[in-house]
Design a protein around this ligand. Structure first.
Ligand SMILES: O=P(O)(O)O[C@H]1O[C@H](CO)[C@@H](O)[C@H]1O
Ligand SMILES: Nc1nc2[nH]cnc2c(=O)[nH]1
Length: 323
């Protein structure tokens, strides 16, 4: 029996039987048992039937940042609702479209709307589209998000290059890779099979980060650089929580990205992360200002142009990297 037939057999066994469910299976393991390699391949085949072009760069748009897709030319838009077994975005500021086309001369796929654990999805379900985009051909992933400024020097409207992250859900036993590890995910890009224990110490590509700094300098955009931390949400943070995050050296807080980057690292993507600081996080009990999602979207939309400019130039540079 060929290796592929063997893995296929194992994969369907995992998908159909899941004997562990009876004794209490982790929700991410259930998700990963559902999104087998073959099922992800089916989704990829469905999309390729509509869009044969191979995207090189995948982009995930954060709250209020989906306007980037308007800059894409020769666009093909596939609503998530049309894609078999694809979740839907349920939050304001997130549309539910997979957008294909050309951005600054390079073929891209853009998720106009992401999935968050607080919407009811497992972190594995939130992140599985990363595998879809990698299997479609993407070698680079750009994640963008709206985030609260924990660092006291940050101002509303600042853009933060994500240097690193703290994945609190994962530290609490909620990592999207929990469950069966199918090493075929990511095989195409990496020179070796992706391991059971993927390293994430350099998840954010250093060369990409330095390119982004140069692009920001060229446009006279002050770029912050810091550590992003993901919490489960949907509540914004208490004052005590913000003070704790500050002690830990965290610069910005949100409810996304880390599970996407985890899967991206597993399948060997080169990654760049940008967070737009949409609000300052409260740290004094006599303050009367609270974070509000409507403000988050308003600020994102207001500052979207700058972020889009950075991404546009960066994507153009990715093309240069390849030659
Ligand atoms: O991370 P994105 O999707 O940009 O959204 C951020 O904004 C929302 C809260 O206002 C949360 O979903 C948080 O994660
Ligand atoms: N958790 C969290 N997510 C955000 N997204 C945008 N602002 C915030 C914030 O202050 N906290």
């Amino acid at each position: 029996m060929s290796n592929n037939t063997q893995s296929k057999k194992e994969s369907s066994l995992i998908a159909e039987n899941g004997p562990w469910a009876a004794v209490g299976e982790h929700p991410n393991a259930i998700t990963n048992r559902f999104y087998t390699y073959e099922r992800v391949q089916e989704i990829v085949a469905f999309i390729q039937n509509i869009v044969p072009a191979k995207p090189e760069v995948a982009i995930i748009c954060g709250s209020g940042l989906g306007g980037l897709a308007e800059l894409v030319v020769d666009k093909v838009v596939i609503p998530y609702a049309d894609i078999p077994n694809f979740p839907r975005s349920t939050v304001a500021g997130h549309r539910s479209n997979l957008v294909f086309g050309i951005l600054n001369g390079i073929s891209i796929v853009c998720m106009q709307g992401r999935f968050h654990p607080y919407e009811g999805y497992t972190t594995a379900a939130c992140a599985f589209p990363v595998r879809v985009m990698q299997m479609l051909g993407a070698h680079t992933l750009i994640v963008t998000c709206a985030a609260g400024g924990v660092n006291k020097s940050y101002r509303v409207g600042d853009i933060m290059l994500i240097k690193d992250h703290i994945n609190f859900p994962s530290m609490a036993g909620n990592n999207p890779l929990i469950g069966h590890n199918d090493e075929r995910f990511g095989k195409k890009i990496s020179f070796c099979l992706r391991p059971r224990f993927p390293p994430v110490g350099h998840a954010y590509d250093r060369q990409y980060a330095s390119q982004m700094k140069q692009i920001a300098a060229k446009h006279n955009i002050e770029l912050r650089e810091g550590v992003y931390c993901a919490l489960g949400g949907p509540c914004y943070e208490t004052i005590a929580e913000i003070n704790l995050l500050r002690v830990l050296g965290i610069d910005a807080v949100g409810m996304s990205i880390v599970h996407e980057v985890t899967l991206g690292a597993h399948c060997g993507l080169r990654m760049l992360g940008l967070a737009l600081i949409t609000n300052k996080c409260l740290s004094e009990y006599d303050s009367t200002i609270e974070a509000v999602h409507e403000d988050v979207i308003r600020i994102s939309e207001l500052k979207a142009n700058e972020l889009q400019q950075l991404i546009l130039d960066f994507v153009g540079g990715v093309k240069t990297n390849k030659t």
